[in-house]
Write a protein that binds this ligand. Structure first.
Ligand code: SF4
Ligand code: SF4
Length: 289
Protein backbone atom coordinates (compact mmCIF):
# COMPACT_ATOMS: atom_id res chain seq x y z
CA UNK A 1 0.00 0.00 0.00
CA UNK A 2 2.60 2.55 1.09
CA UNK A 3 4.90 1.61 -1.77
CA UNK A 4 2.03 2.42 -4.16
CA UNK A 5 1.93 5.97 -2.75
CA UNK A 6 5.69 6.33 -3.27
CA UNK A 7 5.30 5.09 -6.86
CA UNK A 8 2.56 7.65 -7.53
CA UNK A 9 4.68 10.42 -5.98
CA UNK A 10 7.61 9.41 -8.15
CA UNK A 11 5.45 9.28 -11.29
CA UNK A 12 4.45 12.87 -10.51
CA UNK A 13 8.08 13.96 -10.15
CA UNK A 14 8.26 13.91 -6.36
CA UNK A 15 11.27 11.99 -5.08
CA UNK A 16 14.33 12.63 -2.92
CA UNK A 17 16.26 14.03 -5.89
CA UNK A 18 13.62 16.53 -7.03
CA UNK A 19 12.70 17.53 -3.45
CA UNK A 20 16.25 17.59 -2.06
CA UNK A 21 14.82 15.76 0.95
CA UNK A 22 13.44 12.30 1.64
CA UNK A 23 9.82 11.62 0.65
CA UNK A 24 8.37 10.11 3.83
CA UNK A 25 5.06 8.30 4.31
CA UNK A 26 3.93 9.96 7.51
CA UNK A 27 1.91 6.98 8.75
CA UNK A 28 4.40 4.34 7.65
CA UNK A 29 4.62 1.84 4.82
CA UNK A 30 1.41 0.12 5.87
CA UNK A 31 -0.58 3.19 6.92
CA UNK A 32 -0.81 2.06 10.54
CA UNK A 33 1.76 4.23 12.29
CA UNK A 34 -0.44 6.76 14.01
CA UNK A 35 -1.09 8.22 17.45
CA UNK A 36 -4.54 8.93 18.87
CA UNK A 37 -5.00 12.63 19.58
CA UNK A 38 -7.98 14.24 21.30
CA UNK A 39 -10.12 15.99 18.67
CA UNK A 40 -13.55 17.04 19.98
CA UNK A 41 -17.23 16.15 20.41
CA UNK A 42 -17.73 15.02 16.80
CA UNK A 43 -14.72 12.79 16.35
CA UNK A 44 -13.54 11.96 19.86
CA UNK A 45 -9.95 10.90 19.22
CA UNK A 46 -8.34 10.83 15.81
CA UNK A 47 -5.31 8.90 14.49
CA UNK A 48 -2.68 11.52 13.60
CA UNK A 49 0.15 10.15 11.44
CA UNK A 50 3.15 9.50 13.70
CA UNK A 51 5.68 11.48 11.67
CA UNK A 52 3.37 14.51 11.65
CA UNK A 53 2.71 14.06 15.38
CA UNK A 54 6.45 14.02 16.16
CA UNK A 55 7.58 16.71 13.70
CA UNK A 56 8.93 19.86 15.37
CA UNK A 57 7.61 22.18 12.64
CA UNK A 58 5.61 21.96 9.39
CA UNK A 59 5.12 23.82 6.12
CA UNK A 60 1.62 22.96 4.87
CA UNK A 61 1.64 23.20 1.05
CA UNK A 62 -1.88 22.98 -0.33
CA UNK A 63 -3.34 22.86 -3.81
CA UNK A 64 -6.72 24.58 -3.46
CA UNK A 65 -9.61 23.13 -5.46
CA UNK A 66 -13.26 22.16 -5.46
CA UNK A 67 -14.53 19.02 -3.80
CA UNK A 68 -17.65 16.95 -4.17
CA UNK A 69 -18.14 16.63 -0.38
CA UNK A 70 -16.60 19.77 1.08
CA UNK A 71 -17.20 22.19 -1.82
CA UNK A 72 -13.82 23.81 -1.22
CA UNK A 73 -10.67 21.89 -0.29
CA UNK A 74 -7.75 23.90 1.06
CA UNK A 75 -5.33 23.85 3.99
CA UNK A 76 -7.93 22.79 6.57
CA UNK A 77 -8.90 19.77 4.56
CA UNK A 78 -5.24 19.08 3.80
CA UNK A 79 -4.49 18.90 7.52
CA UNK A 80 -7.65 16.95 8.36
CA UNK A 81 -7.44 14.33 5.62
CA UNK A 82 -3.74 14.53 4.78
CA UNK A 83 -2.30 14.28 8.28
CA UNK A 84 -4.70 11.68 9.65
CA UNK A 85 -4.20 8.00 8.95
CA UNK A 86 -6.74 6.06 6.92
CA UNK A 87 -7.19 3.65 9.80
CA UNK A 88 -5.90 3.12 13.30
CA UNK A 89 -4.09 -0.05 14.32
CA UNK A 90 -6.76 -0.99 16.90
CA UNK A 91 -9.80 1.06 15.97
CA UNK A 92 -9.70 0.82 12.16
CA UNK A 93 -11.49 3.45 10.05
CA UNK A 94 -13.51 4.76 13.00
CA UNK A 95 -10.50 6.74 14.24
CA UNK A 96 -9.17 7.46 10.76
CA UNK A 97 -10.16 9.67 7.83
CA UNK A 98 -13.32 7.62 7.27
CA UNK A 99 -14.72 8.92 10.56
CA UNK A 100 -14.99 12.35 8.91
CA UNK A 101 -16.62 10.93 5.78
CA UNK A 102 -19.29 9.05 7.68
CA UNK A 103 -20.25 9.07 11.31
CA UNK A 104 -21.31 6.38 13.72
CA UNK A 105 -21.99 3.00 12.21
CA UNK A 106 -23.14 4.27 8.84
CA UNK A 107 -21.72 2.45 5.84
CA UNK A 108 -22.25 2.10 2.11
CA UNK A 109 -25.81 1.64 0.92
CA UNK A 110 -26.54 -0.21 -2.33
CA UNK A 111 -29.81 -0.08 -4.22
CA UNK A 112 -30.18 -3.16 -6.46
CA UNK A 113 -33.24 -1.64 -8.14
CA UNK A 114 -31.18 0.99 -9.99
CA UNK A 115 -27.72 -0.63 -10.13
CA UNK A 116 -26.67 -1.33 -13.74
CA UNK A 117 -23.80 -3.58 -12.64
CA UNK A 118 -21.33 -1.42 -14.56
CA UNK A 119 -18.76 -2.26 -11.86
CA UNK A 120 -17.20 1.21 -11.90
CA UNK A 121 -17.40 1.23 -8.11
CA UNK A 122 -15.53 -2.05 -7.98
CA UNK A 123 -12.84 -0.86 -10.36
CA UNK A 124 -12.11 2.40 -8.55
CA UNK A 125 -11.84 0.99 -5.02
CA UNK A 126 -8.16 1.35 -4.06
CA UNK A 127 -8.46 -1.54 -1.63
CA UNK A 128 -10.29 -3.98 -3.92
CA UNK A 129 -12.92 -4.21 -1.20
CA UNK A 130 -15.92 -4.50 -3.56
CA UNK A 131 -17.19 -7.61 -5.26
CA UNK A 132 -20.40 -8.67 -6.97
CA UNK A 133 -21.41 -12.14 -5.90
CA UNK A 134 -24.50 -13.82 -7.31
CA UNK A 135 -25.89 -10.49 -8.47
CA UNK A 136 -25.37 -8.82 -5.12
CA UNK A 137 -23.03 -6.04 -3.99
CA UNK A 138 -20.54 -7.18 -1.36
CA UNK A 139 -18.06 -4.96 0.49
CA UNK A 140 -15.29 -6.30 2.69
CA UNK A 141 -15.91 -4.31 5.87
CA UNK A 142 -12.47 -5.23 7.25
CA UNK A 143 -10.72 -3.55 4.31
CA UNK A 144 -13.06 -0.63 3.50
CA UNK A 145 -11.82 2.66 4.97
CA UNK A 146 -15.01 4.59 4.07
CA UNK A 147 -13.37 6.98 1.62
CA UNK A 148 -16.53 7.21 -0.51
CA UNK A 149 -14.73 7.03 -3.86
CA UNK A 150 -16.97 4.19 -5.05
CA UNK A 151 -20.15 6.11 -4.29
CA UNK A 152 -18.80 9.19 -6.09
CA UNK A 153 -18.27 7.34 -9.38
CA UNK A 154 -21.71 5.72 -9.33
CA UNK A 155 -23.60 7.58 -12.06
CA UNK A 156 -26.90 5.92 -11.17
CA UNK A 157 -27.04 6.93 -7.51
CA UNK A 158 -27.21 3.24 -6.65
CA UNK A 159 -24.34 3.43 -4.19
CA UNK A 160 -24.29 6.05 -1.44
CA UNK A 161 -22.33 6.79 1.69
CA UNK A 162 -24.77 8.68 3.91
CA UNK A 163 -23.35 11.77 5.59
CA UNK A 164 -24.49 15.25 6.47
CA UNK A 165 -22.74 18.27 5.09
CA UNK A 166 -22.64 20.31 8.28
CA UNK A 167 -21.07 17.55 10.37
CA UNK A 168 -18.52 16.84 7.66
CA UNK A 169 -17.41 20.49 7.45
CA UNK A 170 -17.14 20.81 11.22
CA UNK A 171 -15.32 17.47 11.47
CA UNK A 172 -12.66 18.79 9.09
CA UNK A 173 -12.02 21.73 11.40
CA UNK A 174 -11.95 19.46 14.44
CA UNK A 175 -9.44 17.07 12.88
CA UNK A 176 -7.27 19.96 11.68
CA UNK A 177 -7.26 21.35 15.23
CA UNK A 178 -6.19 17.94 16.57
CA UNK A 179 -3.27 17.82 14.12
CA UNK A 180 -2.20 21.36 15.01
CA UNK A 181 -2.40 20.57 18.73
CA UNK A 182 0.71 18.41 18.27
CA UNK A 183 2.79 21.49 17.31
CA UNK A 184 4.01 24.36 19.42
CA UNK A 185 2.49 27.73 18.60
CA UNK A 186 4.21 29.45 15.68
CA UNK A 187 5.74 26.27 14.27
CA UNK A 188 3.39 25.83 11.31
CA UNK A 189 3.21 27.97 8.19
CA UNK A 190 0.78 27.67 5.27
CA UNK A 191 1.31 27.99 1.52
CA UNK A 192 -1.87 27.84 -0.59
CA UNK A 193 -1.48 27.38 -4.33
CA UNK A 194 -4.45 28.90 -6.19
CA UNK A 195 -3.40 27.25 -9.43
CA UNK A 196 -4.96 24.75 -11.81
CA UNK A 197 -8.19 24.88 -9.81
CA UNK A 198 -9.92 21.56 -10.29
CA UNK A 199 -13.67 20.98 -9.94
CA UNK A 200 -12.96 17.89 -7.86
CA UNK A 201 -10.49 16.48 -5.38
CA UNK A 202 -6.90 15.67 -6.37
CA UNK A 203 -7.50 12.08 -5.24
CA UNK A 204 -9.63 11.48 -8.33
CA UNK A 205 -7.82 9.34 -10.93
CA UNK A 206 -7.61 12.04 -13.63
CA UNK A 207 -7.09 15.80 -13.69
CA UNK A 208 -9.85 17.88 -15.30
CA UNK A 209 -9.61 21.18 -17.18
CA UNK A 210 -9.14 23.97 -14.56
CA UNK A 211 -12.41 25.76 -13.81
CA UNK A 212 -10.99 29.08 -12.53
CA UNK A 213 -8.15 31.27 -13.78
CA UNK A 214 -4.91 30.86 -11.78
CA UNK A 215 -4.81 33.39 -8.93
CA UNK A 216 -1.33 33.02 -7.44
CA UNK A 217 0.22 31.72 -4.23
CA UNK A 218 -0.71 32.78 -0.68
CA UNK A 219 1.49 32.45 2.40
CA UNK A 220 0.43 32.97 6.02
CA UNK A 221 1.01 31.72 9.54
CA UNK A 222 -2.76 31.89 10.22
CA UNK A 223 -4.70 28.97 8.76
CA UNK A 224 -8.09 30.62 9.18
CA UNK A 225 -6.97 33.85 7.51
CA UNK A 226 -5.36 32.11 4.53
CA UNK A 227 -8.37 29.85 4.04
CA UNK A 228 -10.81 32.77 4.16
CA UNK A 229 -8.65 34.81 1.80
CA UNK A 230 -8.28 31.88 -0.62
CA UNK A 231 -12.00 31.10 -0.63
CA UNK A 232 -12.91 34.77 -1.09
CA UNK A 233 -10.47 35.10 -4.00
CA UNK A 234 -11.77 31.96 -5.70
CA UNK A 235 -15.36 33.11 -5.22
CA UNK A 236 -14.58 36.38 -6.99
CA UNK A 237 -12.71 34.72 -9.89
CA UNK A 238 -14.32 34.15 -13.30
CA UNK A 239 -14.93 30.66 -14.69
CA UNK A 240 -12.69 29.34 -17.44
CA UNK A 241 -14.11 28.39 -20.85
CA UNK A 242 -14.21 24.77 -22.02
CA UNK A 243 -14.25 23.55 -18.43
CA UNK A 244 -16.82 21.92 -16.15
CA UNK A 245 -17.74 25.47 -15.12
CA UNK A 246 -18.69 26.56 -18.62
CA UNK A 247 -20.44 23.24 -19.24
CA UNK A 248 -22.56 23.99 -16.17
CA UNK A 249 -23.42 27.42 -17.61
CA UNK A 250 -21.66 29.30 -14.80
CA UNK A 251 -21.28 33.00 -15.59
CA UNK A 252 -18.64 35.54 -14.40
CA UNK A 253 -19.66 36.89 -11.01
CA UNK A 254 -21.07 33.55 -9.85
CA UNK A 255 -19.38 31.42 -7.20
CA UNK A 256 -17.86 28.70 -9.39
CA UNK A 257 -16.95 26.21 -6.66
CA UNK A 258 -20.35 26.49 -4.99
CA UNK A 259 -22.20 26.11 -8.28
CA UNK A 260 -20.21 22.97 -9.07
CA UNK A 261 -20.49 21.42 -5.59
CA UNK A 262 -23.14 23.24 -3.53
CA UNK A 263 -21.86 22.55 -0.01
CA UNK A 264 -21.73 24.85 3.04
CA UNK A 265 -17.96 25.34 2.63
CA UNK A 266 -17.80 28.47 4.79
CA UNK A 267 -18.72 26.28 7.77
CA UNK A 268 -15.29 24.63 7.96
CA UNK A 269 -13.58 28.04 8.23
CA UNK A 270 -16.11 29.35 10.76
CA UNK A 271 -15.64 26.20 12.86
CA UNK A 272 -11.86 26.54 12.70
CA UNK A 273 -12.08 30.11 13.97
CA UNK A 274 -14.38 29.02 16.79
CA UNK A 275 -11.82 26.37 17.75
CA UNK A 276 -9.23 29.13 18.11
CA UNK A 277 -7.08 28.22 15.09
CA UNK A 278 -6.92 31.81 13.83
CA UNK A 279 -8.93 34.77 12.60
CA UNK A 280 -11.05 35.27 9.48
CA UNK A 281 -9.86 38.89 9.31
CA UNK A 282 -7.01 39.25 6.85
CA UNK A 283 -5.05 41.79 4.88
CA UNK A 284 -3.70 40.85 1.46
CA UNK A 285 -0.14 42.03 0.82
CA UNK A 286 0.68 41.55 -2.87
CA UNK A 287 4.20 40.68 -3.98
CA UNK A 288 4.61 41.00 -7.73
CA UNK A 289 7.04 38.57 -9.40
S1 SF4 B 1 -21.10 2.08 -9.92
FE1 SF4 B 1 -23.25 2.14 -9.22
S2 SF4 B 1 -24.40 1.31 -10.96
FE2 SF4 B 1 -22.27 0.72 -11.29
S3 SF4 B 1 -22.09 -1.31 -10.34
FE3 SF4 B 1 -21.50 0.18 -8.79
S4 SF4 B 1 -23.41 0.54 -7.65
FE4 SF4 B 1 -23.99 -0.40 -9.57
S1 SF4 C 1 -15.61 3.48 0.53
FE1 SF4 C 1 -13.55 3.50 -0.40
S2 SF4 C 1 -12.50 1.74 0.51
FE2 SF4 C 1 -14.70 1.45 0.89
S3 SF4 C 1 -15.40 0.20 -0.80
FE3 SF4 C 1 -15.72 2.33 -1.41
S4 SF4 C 1 -13.87 2.91 -2.56
FE4 SF4 C 1 -13.42 1.02 -1.41
Amino acid sequence: MGLDYLDVANQNGLNHLSCGAPVVLADGLYGKDSILVKAGPLLGDIAVASTIHDAPAMVVCTHTKGHINSGYAGALKNLAMGCVSSRHRQHGWKKGRGSMHCHGEMGLRWNPEICTFCEQCRNICPLHAIDFKEGSFVVDENSCWHCGRCSRVCQEGALTLPQDDETFQKSLAEAAAAVLSTFQKGKVVYVNFLYEIQPECDCMPVADVPVIQDQGIMISDDIVAIEQASLDMLKASPPLPQSAASEAGIKPGEDVLFRLNPRPMQLQIDAAEKLGLGSKKYELVKIEP
